[in-house]
Design a protein around this ligand. Structure first.
Ligand code: PLP
Length: 469
């Protein structure tokens, strides 16, 4: 990281404490916030003192404090490198979905899962699909690339968004995650570096790691484009997983300018962008204006899903790839399964035809639920979240590093949460962050707000500090 960029992240100097304390504390906070990632090289002492107008003793002392506390280490030939105390966990974060593999008791509010309720009209779409089945039953039933009418409907959606698409470029999969896994399997060789913004959706990152790739965390595009560019360059990665539309968990949307700049980085580095658009239809205030990444980076591969737009139980997703990559991805997919169920594909084709995207009813429900969860800002002193214009979660910045403690305390009060660290690409840190999905109904969320506020009071009570420290 350049001295100039670090100076921007540090902000103005805090008065009332020695300069070295301010510098060491501020860098520590940036590590805890996930803005300075494990492994980032800090600027040399000379560069930083020039940028911040501090004395050499101050910078040397601050770096010394960081090393003593486990937030940095000296690496021969690389200077001082940031580290998360304890280092990254091998194998990445915990599987988010495992929490919901167990049945959850009726008195527990499960906020580990961010999927909206099924829309009205779902049963009618299934009934329509059943009516349509005889034409398909007449054939053998294998459609490894997808049934033609769904491939056409998906291609048409891209064309409507300004990216002309041939149905031959579409491969229907059993959900976006299966689509991502097929893309990784087709395009990556073992130990090849692949860049991912941190935080990110943990299951996609785990799938990447399991494909044998070396997962390289990068800063969020909306936080530090320059930092991302450096990571791509240094890692020599040939793939980047991106979530430009309501990033999970932060809810960020890349602007036109950010899309163009990331596309330029991909072009310059020979990087294939893998764009996860699972959340794209979950806009609550207004649709995303920016064009799809494929308009900026024609060589990218896009993955989509019916799970957040219609219903997760449909288990239908898709891959949109440049013609040249379709064959390799289709072959990789055939090592996993031989196609998605025909009935579900027909139901999704029908929903795309009749509803287009998320229903207005679902949107209203989600807006109301978002309002309820935003009350956490009043109930929990110091909690801050941007109000996302879409997606399904609030990403809270906590005033202290207590995300995991909060998760444990909330569970005792009947609310299941996923800690910030689960979304960290290397599985550690982000103790100042917590994700709270607003996909559940208002009543459940009101209970959740009460439970979370009480749990936060538990973990920040002076007696808790006494026990912990
Ligand atoms: C960003 C993101 N990508 C992919 C998935 C997985 O999608 P699917 O259920 O279609 O496999 C999810 C599910 O939550 C997600 O949030």
């Amino acid at each position: 990281m350049s001295a100039r960029r670090l100076a921007v992240l540090l902000g103005p100097r805090r008065s009332g404490v020695p300069a070295y304390t301010w510098l060491a504390d501020s860098i520590r906070q940036l590590v805890a916030d996930g803005r300075l990632l494990h492994g980032t090289r800090l600027p040399s002492e000379r560069e930083l003192l020039g940028q911040l107008q501090l004395s050499r003793t101050t910078v040397t002392r601050a770096y010394g404090v960081l090393r003593d506390r486990g937030y940095a280490r000296a690496v021969r030939g690389s200077g001082t490198v940031v580290q998360v105390p304890g280092g990254p966990v091998a194998g990445g974060g915990e599987p988010l979905e495992l929490a919901s593999l167990q049945p959850v008791g009726a008195d527990v509010v499960d906020l580990t899962c961010a999927a909206p309720a099924a829309p009205p009209g779902l049963n009618r779409a299934y009934a329509w699909a059943v009516e349509r089945m005889p034409s398909f039953i007449a054939a053998a039933g294998y459609f490894p690339l997808g049934v033609p009418e769904l491939r056409e409907a998906i291609a048409q959606r891209y064309a409507d968004r300004g990216v002309p698409t041939d149905p031959d470029q579409i491969i229907v999969t059993t959900g976006a995650l299966a689509g991502l896994a097929a893309v990784y399997r087709a395009l990556l060789s073992r130990a090849e570096p692949a860049v991912v913004e941190s935080p990110s959706y943990p299951n996609s990152v785990r799938a990447l790691a399991h494909s044998g790739a070396r997962v390289v965390p990068a800063p969020l595009v909306s936080d530090d484009l320059e930092g991302l560019s450096g990571v791509i360059r240094r890692s020599s990665a040939r793939m980047m997983l991106a979530m430009p539309d309501f990033h999970n968990p932060t809810g960020h949307v890349w602007s036109d300018d950010e899309r163009a700049r990331v596309a330029a980085m991909w072009r310059a580095g020979g990087v294939t962008g893998v764009v996860d658009e699972t959340m794209i239809d979950t806009w609550l205030d207004e649709p995303i204006e920016a064009r799809p990444m494929a308009a900026y980076a024609p060589g990218c591969v896009t993955v989509g899903s019916a799970a957040k737009t219609f219903w997760a139980g449909l288990r239908i997703g898709w891959v949109r790839a440049p013609h040249a990559l379709v064959g390799a991805i289709a072959r990789a997919r055939l090592t996993m399964d031989l196609g998605a169920p025909v009935l579900e594909q027909l139901a999704v084709a029908r929903l795309m035809d009749t509803q287009g995207g998320l229903s207005e009813e679902s949107r209203q429900r989600l807006r109301a639920s978002r309002r309820v969860l935003l009350e956490l800002a009043d109930r929990c002193p110091g909690w801050q979240a941007e109000t996302p214009t879409g997606g399904l979660s609030l990403w809270w910045h906590l005033p202290s590093e207590r995300s995991s403690a909060l998760v444990a305390a909330a569970e005792r009060r009947g609310v299941l949460l996923a800690p910030g660290s689960l979304f960290a690409v290397d599985g550690r840190g982000l103790e100042r962050w917590i994700r709270t999905p607003y996909a559940l109904d208002e009543v459940s969320l009101q209970r959740a707000v009460g439970g979370i506020a009480d749990a936060w009071a538990d973990v920040t009570a002076p007696s808790h500090f006494a026990v912990k420290n």
